[in-house]
Design a protein around this ligand. Structure first.
Ligand code: NAP
Ligand code: SF4
Length: 658
């Protein structure tokens, strides 16, 4: 077997899991929707059929105060219990097992009735929590037990008590958020009482033959969080209180260190799980950025953990486990840690899906049935939209030919994969190329089809993508002016003083690319830790300032906040990185001209010079549409607000229809 450690059964006493792959908890945004339970049932059942040994739902609160938002996602009544039965039934019919996550948001809740151990506002939430009374604490702990009992009645195989990421239980544990002077604050024993009592009451409510996962914060990544030795004490206490598995979480949501974004190396936090190895006998679960079977296999083989938790990886590919078990690595659609269609959606109230797998979260709506009307289809363009369309259309039974003018498939993905932390895009290109091969798509590289050729097809799909916009600025022909594609492809020399015109996703990407070449090596786990000032004990220090090889000024005409179009969960990492490297940002500028001295602008009515050896154009995109076609998808259809997420979704939706 290719991954022997991943596919060893795990005996939990009353139940044996068939492998070591758990789907970690993800809030999908469906939890609060009227049709959410049906859609979640289909979502989880698909992943159960895909071979995950155990799954954990998104967070459900044991009471109203613990809700994440104004719309309740709770397990607190018989009605809640009954609504969940459709999920557990679907998962069990598919041969899987599922735990309900019990999550009390504490001061992270986005509603007026939030509570916390102390009335201290979180830096990421404007709402100040009310301090819990001792009676309220007792009631909340009882609610954990009652909620777990309801979960059992609903047919769940277990619960996960959420004790990480900065939610209520963590807030009791850490001096940062717990300033109580009673029995629930002060000493470590007092601060641990809430966590241990929550586990004890949960276990008492569900009996011995029920899985009880506790998610411990293995690394806090905030000032005033638990130090490493106290986390070890907590792990021991949690085991004694009745947990059957110890899952690990990394960092509070308010931590200013990336924990799951592309900046984090694969499996880059498994060492924090390993620190608990000698503390407990119950199985340990490692998490964060485990996106490929070989990463999980290495973590288990090294003995860092007994099981691995993959969350987004199973959004990207529901059949991850079955494919890994079959040794078919090339068939796995790898999560590229972009957060664009999953976490970034949650932050703006949309349901989670996946950039590279638009079907995720749409299991009941985006259905790819075999066609009874096989057509000859030409696809022009092998970027994200064309790749996704061609693969699905061919799998449905159509005869598909894909024309790509370049020598390789991938389109804009081939530029994206050169960006620091976006190397994972190379996985997507390789995956789709292989999927096209298996689906029997005829791929014609270096080919632009003639209009005569296209007449031979029943359907023509235009997916030719975008061209970079050339803004009307005098001096644009000056030799110092280069396009972003030339920079990323390594075709352009870039001087020491750089001006970047345009501050969309690509402007930020180009700035990061220039800095990465000189100062970063984030794919190396050790380099990542020192880059962000994380010591082996988990404590934080101010990392040494980098010595950037370029002095960069980024500019835009609008006056909106810098980086406002970047993803909510990744934009701050980019901004922090650029600030650390002394990148200057100017908004509300008017471009005057470009000459030997650099870029001349007007700002607040005053003429200024931005000295520049190189001026890089990142001024957005225009659709590339050489011919008219009945079906136009991705950037060729609409260049504004284009990203690969929309391109892939449009490809998938059209392929489902034709
Ligand atoms: P973009 O996000 O639309 O940004 C274009 C930039 O060019 C803006 O800052 C705009 O600023 C400027 N601009 C537009 N017209 C201009 C003109 N005529 N003259 C001078 N400046 C002009 O486009 P992009 O950066 O090319 O990105 C393309 C797509 O890829 C985006 O939609 C983005 O979502 C996606 N992408 C996303 C990420 C990510 O991290 N999520 C990363 C890379 C790309 P002003 O109009 O204010 O001057
Ligand atoms: Fe992974 Fe991006 Fe898909 Fe989220 S949207 S699951 S981060 S590939």
């Amino acid at each position: 077997m290719s991954y022997p450690h991943l596919f060893r059964p795990l005996d939990l006493g009353h139940v044996t899991l068939p492998n070591r792959i758990m789907m970690g908890s993800m809030h999908t945004g469906l939890e609060e929707r009227p049709d959410g339970m049906q859609r979640l049932a289909a979502f989880y059942a698909e992943r159960a059929r895909g071979g995950a040994a155990l799954m954990v739902t998104g967070g459900f609160s044991p009471d109203a105060a613990g809700n994440l938002g104004p719309h309740p996602a709770m397990m607190a009544s018989g009605a809640d219990r009954d609504r969940h039965k459709v999920i557990t039934r679907a998962v069990h019919e598919a041969g899987g097992r599922i735990c309900l996550q019990l999550l009390h948001a504490g001061r992270y809740g986005k509603h007026p009735a939030i509570v916390a151990p102390s009335a201290l506002k979180s830096p990421i939430n404007p709402i100040v929590p009310r301090e819990m009374t001792a009676a309220e604490i007792e009631r909340t702990l009882d609610a954990f037990g009652a909620s777990a009992a309801l979960a059992r009645e609903a047919g769940y195989d277990g619960v996960e008590v959420m004790g990480s990421e900065g939610y209520l239980i963590t807030q009791f544990l850490a001096p940062r958020t717990n300033q109580r002077a009673d029995d629930w604050g002060g000493s470590l024993a007092n601060r641990m009482r809430f966590a241990l009592e929550a586990v004890r009451r949960t276990r008492a409510a569900v009996g011995a033959d029920f899985i009880l996962v506790y998610r411990i914060s293995a690394l806090e990544l905030v000032e005033g969080g638990l130090p490493g030795e106290e986390i070890v004490q907590l792990a021991k206490g949690v085991e004694a209180a009745g947990a059957s598995l110890l899952n690990t979480g990394i960092g509070w949501h308010e931590a200013r260190i990336p924990t799951i974004s592309q900046a984090v190396p694969r499996g880059g936090f498994a060492w924090a799980t390993r620190r608990l190895r000698n503390a407990v006998k119950i199985p340990l679960i490692a998490s964060n950025r485990i996106n490929a079977p070989e990463v999980g296999e290495q973590i288990l083989a090294r003995g860092d953990a007994d099981m691995v938790s993959l969350a987004r990886a199973l959004l990207a590919d529901a059949e991850f486990a079955n494919k890994a078990k079959a040794g078919d690595r090339a068939a796995i659609n790898i999560c590229i840690a972009c957060n664009q269609a999953c976490l970034d959606h949650i932050f703006v109230g949309r349901f989670a899906s996946c950039l590279v797998n638009p079907r995720a979260g749409r299991e009941t709506k985006l259905v790819f049935e075999k066609t009874s009307n096989r057509k000859n289809i030409a696809v022009i363009g092998g970027g994200p939209a064309g790749l996704c369309f061609a693969a699905i259309a061919a799998e449905r039974g159509h005869a598909v030919t894909l024309y790509e003018k370049d020598a390789q498939l991938g389109g804009q993905f081939n530029l994206a994969k050169k960006i620091p932390g976006k190397q994972e895009f190379a996985e997507s290109v390789a995956y789709f190329a292989e999927r096209l091969r298996r689906a029997g798509v005829e791929v014609m590289l270096n080919t632009i089809p003639s209009s005569d050729t296209l007449k031979n097809y029943d359907e023509v799909v235009l997916a030719t993508g975008v061209d970079a916009r050339r803004p009307a600025i005098p001096g644009l022909e000056h030799p110092s002016v280069v396009g972003y594609a030339d920079v990323l492809a390594g075709r352009a020399e870039v001087g020491e003083k750089v001006a970047i015109i345009g501050m969309g996703g690509i402007g930020f990407d180009v700035a990061l690319y220039l800095l990465e070449r000189s100062s970063r090596a984030t794919l190396d786990p050790q380099a990542f830790l020192s880059h962000w000032g994380i010591s082996p004990s988990g404590s934080l220090s101010q990392p040494a300032p980098a010595a950037p090889a370029h002095r960069i000024t980024m500019l835009k005409r609008s006056s909106t906040p810098f980086g406002d179009t970047l993803g909510k969960t990744t934009g701050w990492v980019h901004r922090a990185e650029l600030a650390r490297n002394g990148v200057k940002m100017l908004k509300g500028v008017e471009y005057r001209r470009i000459d030997d001295a650099g870029l001349h602008i007007a700002l607040d009515g005053k003429e200024q010079l931005v000295p520049a050896d190189t001026v890089i154009l990142c001024a957005g995109q225009v659709s590339r549409r050489a011919i008219e076609a009945p079906h136009v998808i991705g950037g060729a259809r609409e260049a504004g607000e284009l990203d690969a997420k929309r391109a892939m979704l449009e490809g998938a939706e059209l392929a489902a229809r034709l």
